[in-house]
Each structure stands twice: as structure tokens, then as C-alpha cells.
Design a protein around this ligand. Sequence first.
Ligand code: HEC
Ligand code: HEC
Ligand code: HEC
Ligand code: HEC
Ligand code: HEC
Ligand code: HEC
Ligand code: HEC
Ligand code: HEC
Length: 422
Amino acid sequence: MNTEVKSQKIKVKIFLFCLLFSVLCHLAFSNNVFAIKKTREEIDTAKRCVLCHTQISPGIINDWERSNHAKALVTCIDCHQADITDTDAKKHEGMIISAIVSPKDCSRCHPKQVMEFNESLHSKAVSFVQNLEGDRAGDDTLAYKIEGKAAAVMGCEKCHGTIVKVKNGIFDKDTWPNTGIGRVNPDGSKGACTTCHTRHLFSIAEARTPEACGTCHMGPDHPQYEIYMESKHGVIYSSEKQKWNMDVASSSWDTRYFRAPTCAICHMSGIGGLEPTHNVSDRLSWELEWPMSERTNDWKGKREKMQMACLSCHSKNWVEGYYQQFDNAITLYNEEYYKPIKKEMDELYKLGYLTKDKFDEEIEFKFFEYWHHEGRRARMGASMMGPDYTQWHGFYKLARNRLELKRMIKEIRERKEAKREE
Ligand code: HEC
Ligand code: HEC
Ligand code: HEC
Ligand code: HEC
Ligand code: HEC
Ligand code: HEC
Ligand code: HEC
Ligand code: HEC
């Protein structure tokens, strides 16, 4: 054995000794109110996981060690334990574990966060992509029929989630690995908490950054990340984020620690008398992602909640004025851009000038982009202070493509009617 490997081994031994010593001291002397109570047997099991995985996957142990879970003595087995009857259970070194730690597993200790998450649209993201509930102009057709299944697996489903399939403890590789926001787990629970708090640190600081949301909330059809980064709020975040303390517990996280909001602060945090929530739908008064925007259920109460966040830093006049400008932009889109073109498109289908199949005619791509790309950008830019997205990526393109769509509609009509006369 060469000396380098030898000294590496000694280092590992010293490290393990220190780790165990500190865990045991913690157990013996800790008055940590959060620490999870453990039996002798549970401690022995946890030790075995940690000892072996220090060599197998040191990255995981390193993350876990730095987490608040390790400080509270939440160990590998607290999360990975499984019952032999669970479909995703497998025998592992004499123990029964599961590689998936679902929201149901987290809910043993965090029931409030899981309940709120379940009430949000995040938890339903798979049903939309696989068209289990309703139809949004055939987006799912685009993924599975036009583009091909492999594209859907690496695209749509990475953000939205898969229905994870498992046989004898082995995951089906078309559905795993996956950490989409609405992933349907083998135990029937929905979601993957690691989408915002990656394993095994499970940090709140990470979840509060706009980058945590940006993996999914970006691109031509919902550029919330880009909109945020161009807004004054994003500019302030970029210029001074190193000075903010992002690790403060939810109960005391307030304007002492930041000068401008991030995504999480407006949509989730408990600032200005608000309760923190994992239900990201709770403060929204409009459905901006739909082809035509409509009010959400109980929209006034939801709007009031969002405005409570603004009022920690702005005056009432400022906030009400901004919301009026925002509402006007949404109404303009609905009435002047969406409705007239939608009416003419419906007419083409009724007359049989377009087939019932989606995305088999060029105009269908054009109309899809009209509401799904520029139409959303205009509305989302207006909701989150992004003037360039509202104007140049939004209303300007809407105006230009409204003209183009009218021309295409006229041509289709003329062509079909000429044929009919023949
Ligand atoms: C004697 C060594 C050893 C012990 C003890 C051990 N593991 Fe593992 N574990 C492994 C090896 C080896 C792998 C496979 C690594 C790979 O696939 O790269 C693994 C894989 C895993 C996986 C991933 C499984 C998958 O299907 O992707 C999980 C989760 C896991 N271990 C958790 C645990 C937990 C929890 C404990 C304690 C109850 C534990 N391990 C104890 C060696 C061990
Ligand atoms: C707070 C809960 C929690 C704790 C504690 C925990 N894990 Fe995990 N672990 C997870 C989650 C969540 C995943 C990701 C799987 C998923 O998406 O459901 C995971 C994934 C894994 C994987 C597969 C990772 C990969 O990329 O292939 C291994 C191996 C693993 N854990 C081992 C461990 C070991 C060893 C410990 C103890 C040091 C541990 N875990 C502690 C929640 C936990
Ligand atoms: C056995 C109980 C237990 C389980 C299971 C568990 N946790 Fe925790 N979690 C805790 C405790 C205890 C704390 C520390 C509380 C504190 O310090 O305020 C904590 C803290 C956290 C934090 C805050 C970390 C921070 O930076 O302050 C997050 C996020 C978190 N857990 C997520 C999860 C997720 C996600 C899962 C499932 C994958 C999970 N937990 C499973 C007990 C658990
Ligand atoms: C892994 C991808 C992913 C991440 C990360 C993510 N989201 Fe989402 N989000 C989605 C998807 C997909 C939807 C649409 C869900 C649906 O329609 O069912 C969505 C919808 C939303 C909505 C609209 C809800 C509604 O009722 O209309 C809000 C607000 C939101 N997310 C905020 C956030 C915030 C804030 C973060 C970061 C803290 C975040 N999201 C992180 C994928 C993600
Ligand atoms: C980069 C991540 C990402 C990818 C890839 C992605 N989506 Fe989405 N999707 C989102 C987010 C985020 C939202 C929420 C937008 C909002 O509420 O503003 C969303 C919204 C939706 C909605 C609207 C749901 C509702 O509430 O009405 C549908 C339908 C949808 N996506 C289908 C798809 C399909 C089908 C694909 C693949 C062709 C796909 N998505 C690819 C992130 C993604
Ligand atoms: C959309 C992103 C997102 C997802 C998904 C998410 N979280 Fe969180 N989580 C956050 C944010 C942001 C915070 C910090 C909120 C704040 O600013 O106070 C947080 C905070 C927490 C905390 C600490 C609460 C406290 O009192 O300090 C726990 C525990 C937690 N999350 C558990 C979970 C569990 C369990 C899941 C899965 C059901 C989950 N999270 C999924 C974004 C997310
Ligand atoms: C200054 C506060 C603020 C910040 C910061 C912020 N948002 Fe928003 N967001 C809003 C408001 C206000 C709305 C519109 C609310 C309504 O419908 O009444 C909104 C709407 C949304 C929607 C809903 C779109 C739909 O489909 O209905 C999503 C998704 C979203 N934001 C995600 C994000 C993400 C991701 C970030 C960070 C990159 C972010 N937000 C930053 C205030 C904010
Ligand atoms: C944590 C504090 C904070 C919160 C919360 C907050 N803002 Fe701001 N906002 C600021 C600061 C600071 C500026 C920069 C003011 C300046 O221009 O001097 C700003 C700027 C703005 C601007 C001007 C944008 C521009 O282009 O100049 C608008 C509009 C605005 N905020 C609206 C809102 C709305 C609406 C909400 C709630 C949905 C909100 N803000 C939440 C701190 C906040």
C-alpha cells in the first residue's frame, strides 16, 4: 500500500472517530429541544449507515453532517426507513430501506409544510403535463406525440415530475431518477421536497434564492427568473446578496435581513404579519398561465395576502397604484389580443377548415406561441415589475403576431372557400 493511500485511510479513521464522538456527546449531554429521541438499536443502525457511506459516498455524509438534521440527530434511517410491504422497499445490508424519501416520509416531522404543499398547484404538476385533468390547448400532445417520449422524459417531466414506477424495489428507468415538482411517488404522495431544498443539506437559505426557482421558472413561456433579475428587486438582490443572512428560521425571517424580496419572500415567507406557507398558490389573484387570464377562487383574500408582503417596504398608494396598472395590462391582453383571435380560430375549426388534431397545421403553432409565449410574457412581466418582458418580449410581439395571425386566417379562409366553389 503506498503512503498516500495509507495516510488517506488514517484520515478517514480519525474523521470517523471524531464524528462518532461528537454524535455520542450530543446524545449524552444535549439539551437540544429539537433533538430526536433514539433507542440504542436505532443509534447502532444509524452508525452503520454513516460508517459505510463515509467511504461509499462521502459527498452525502459531508452534506448531511453540515445540515440542521444532523444537529438535531435526524439520521439516515429516520428518512430512508421503509416497511417490507412498501412497493419501493428493498433489503439493504440487513435493513429495509427506500431510496425515495417522499413528502409522506418528511410529514412525520414536518406535517404543516407537507399539508400546505399539497394544497398548492405545485403538487398537481404531473396531472397537467399528462393531461389527467382538463386540457390546456393540447400541450401534452406536443410532448408525447409530436416531439417524442424521450423528449418528454428529459424535458417536461424534469420540471413537472413523473409517475414513478417500481418493481421489486427496482425503479423503472423511464420514470427515475426524477425530482419534478409534482412527482407522484410509489406511496401515492405527491412532490419532491428536494426541488427547492436539495439533499442532503436541506437548507432554507438555498430555497430562498431566486436560482432555486429558476430551474423551472424561466424560458420563453414563463420567464419569471429573467423578469425578476431585470426588476429593481432582482438588481438589489444581485448587488448585495452576500450581505444578507438567508439562514434565519422562518419564524423570525423579516426585513432586518434583506432589503428587497426574492421569489420566496413574496410567494412563501412570513413577512409583515403573514404566515409562512408552502402553498405558492395562496397569494395569487389571477391565473396568468392560462390562454385567457381569469380570477382565482377567493382572489380578493389572496391579493390582500400578497399586498401585506409589499407593505413591509412600500406605501399603500404605491402598492394599489401598481396593482391597478397590472390589472389594466391583463384586461388589455384578454380583450384586445386574446378574445378576437380565439373567436376566429374557433370559427375555422367549426367550418372544418382546420382538422381537430392539434399541432398538425402551421397556424396552430403560431396561435400556441401567441398565448403561451408572448401572451404569458406580457402578463408575467406586468405582474413582477419586468418592463422589458412586458413590452419587447410581450405586447410588441403580440401586436405583430396579431396582424400575422389575421393574415394567416384570411388566407386559409380564401383557400378553402375557393376550393368549395370549384
Ligand atoms: C456495508 C456498507 C453499507 C451500509 C452499512 C449501508 N449502505 Fe447504503 N449503500 C451501500 C452501497 C455499496 C450502495 C450502492 C452504491 C452505488 O450504487 O453506487 C448503497 C446504496 C444506498 C442507497 C441508494 C439506493 C438506490 O437504490 O439508489 C441508499 C438510499 C442507502 N444506501 C442508504 C443506506 C442507509 C439508510 C443505511 C443504513 C440503514 C445504509 N445505506 C447502510 C453500502 C452500505
Ligand atoms: C431528511 C431526510 C434524509 C436524511 C436524514 C438522509 N437522506 Fe438520503 N435522501 C433523502 C432524499 C429526499 C433523497 C433523494 C431521493 C428522492 O428524491 O426522494 C435521498 C437520497 C439518498 C441516496 C441516493 C442519492 C443519489 O444521488 O443516488 C443515498 C445513497 C442516500 N440518500 C443515503 C443517505 C445516507 C447514507 C444518509 C445518512 C448520512 C441519508 N441518506 C440521510 C433524504 C434523506
Ligand atoms: C425524524 C424527523 C424528521 C424527518 C423525517 C425530516 N426532518 Fe427535516 N427537520 C427535522 C428537525 C428536528 C429539524 C431541525 C429543526 C430546527 O432546527 O428548527 C429539521 C429541519 C428541516 C429544515 C430546515 C433546515 C434549515 O436550514 O433550517 C428543512 C428544510 C427540512 N427539515 C426538510 C426536510 C425534508 C424535505 C424532509 C424529508 C425529505 C425532512 N426534513 C425529514 C426533523 C425531520
Ligand atoms: C422543479 C420545478 C419547479 C421549481 C424548482 C419551482 N417550481 Fe413553481 N411551478 C412549477 C410548475 C411545473 C408549476 C405549474 C404547476 C401546475 O400547473 O400544476 C409551478 C407553478 C408555480 C406557481 C403558480 C401557482 C398557481 O397556482 O398558479 C408559483 C407562484 C410558483 N410555482 C412559485 C415557485 C417559487 C416561488 C419557487 C421557488 C421557491 C418555485 N415555484 C420553484 C415548477 C417548479
Ligand atoms: C423548465 C421547466 C418546464 C418544462 C421543461 C416544461 N414546463 Fe410546463 N410549466 C412549467 C412551469 C414553471 C409552469 C407554471 C407557469 C406559471 O404558472 O406561470 C408550467 C405550466 C404548465 C402548464 C399549465 C398548467 C396550468 O396550471 O394551467 C401546462 C399544461 C404545462 N406546463 C405543460 C408542459 C408540457 C406538456 C411540457 C413539455 C412539452 C412542459 N410543460 C415543459 C415548467 C416547465
Ligand atoms: C417551491 C420551493 C419549496 C419546496 C418544493 C419545498 N420547500 Fe420547504 N421551504 C421553502 C422556502 C422558500 C422556505 C423558507 C420560507 C421562509 O422564507 O420562511 C422553506 C422552509 C422549510 C422548512 C423550515 C421551516 C421553518 O420553520 O424554519 C421546512 C421544515 C421545510 N421547508 C420543509 C419542506 C418539505 C417537507 C417539503 C416537501 C413537501 C418542502 N419543504 C418543499 C421552499 C420550498
Ligand atoms: C415583489 C414580489 C414578487 C417577487 C419578488 C416575485 N413575484 Fe411572482 N408574482 C408576484 C405577483 C404580485 C404576482 C401576480 C399575483 C396575482 O395574480 O395577483 C406573481 C405571479 C407569479 C406566478 C404566477 C403566474 C401564473 O401563472 O398565474 C409565478 C409562477 C411566479 N410569480 C413566480 C415567481 C418566481 C419564480 C419569482 C422569482 C424568480 C417571483 N415570482 C418573484 C410577486 C412577486
Ligand atoms: C423587502 C422590501 C420590499 C418588498 C417586500 C417589496 N418591495 Fe418593491 N421595492 C423595494 C425596493 C427597495 C425598491 C427600489 C425602490 C427605488 O427605486 O428606490 C422597490 C421597487 C419597486 C418598484 C419600482 C420598480 C422600478 O422599476 O423602479 C415597484 C413597482 C415595486 N417595488 C412594487 C412592489 C410590489 C407590488 C411588491 C409586493 C408584491 C413589492 N414591491 C415588494 C423593496 C420591496
